[in-house]
Write a new protein. Structure first.
Length: 174
């Protein structure tokens, strides 16, 4: 259009834009109301509900949970496991002496010594088991499989006072 031509308005187009704007505002308000309602609604107990994870710096149980979570993530990607990350985690969290003993155990048993298995668990829990000598014992329960075909392995992880893992065993040091 040039500046001399009369402006032609299309009433149908304006109505469609207006209706679209009203719907967008209306949907936004209804989405906001439902979101606010869900925030104030009590959480239902289900496996889909978000579960908090917390920890404390310098605490043995947190350190072991951090290690196992990262290690299982690194090993658990079946299409592309991150061997470099798994090795770096072992170097960071394990004492050199224990790393050598663990390598010997792995050679003898043809399994991953951190997991005491040839595969990666589907779930795990970490529980404080208290002080043992100059260290701290943490129980790691690994759950392999799914559905009705699960197997649990309980590991006792001994952490020295400088927060390095000095032993992983299937029996308690207590």
């Amino acid at each position: 259009m040039n500046s001399k031509s009369p402006v032609r308005r299309r009433p149908g187009r304006r109505a469609a834009v207006t209706v679209g704007l009203v719907l967008a505002v209306g949907l936004g308000v209804s989405a906001q109301v439902s979101a606010q309602a869900s925030v104030h609604a009590p959480a239902k107990a289900s496996s889909a509900a978000p579960q908090p994870v917390s920890g404390t710096s310098g605490q043995a149980v947190t350190r072991v949970a951090d290690f196992y979570g990262a290690y299982i993530d690194a090993k658990g990607d079946y299409t592309d496991p991150d061997v470099t990350l798994a090795t770096a985690l072992r170097n960071h969290y394990l004492t050199p002496d224990f790393a050598e003993r663990l390598a010997a155990w792995e050679e003898k048993n043809a399994a991953d010594g951190v997991l005491r298995a040839q595969n990666v668990p589907a779930r795990w829990t970490v529980t404080d088991n208290g002080t043992v000598g100059n260290g701290h014992e943490v129980i790691v329960t690994l759950t392999f499989g799914s559905g009705e075909t699960t197997q649990k392995t309980k590991l006792y992880v001994l952490v020295e006072r400088y927060n390095h893992i000095v032993d992983i065993d299937t029996t308690s040091a207590r």
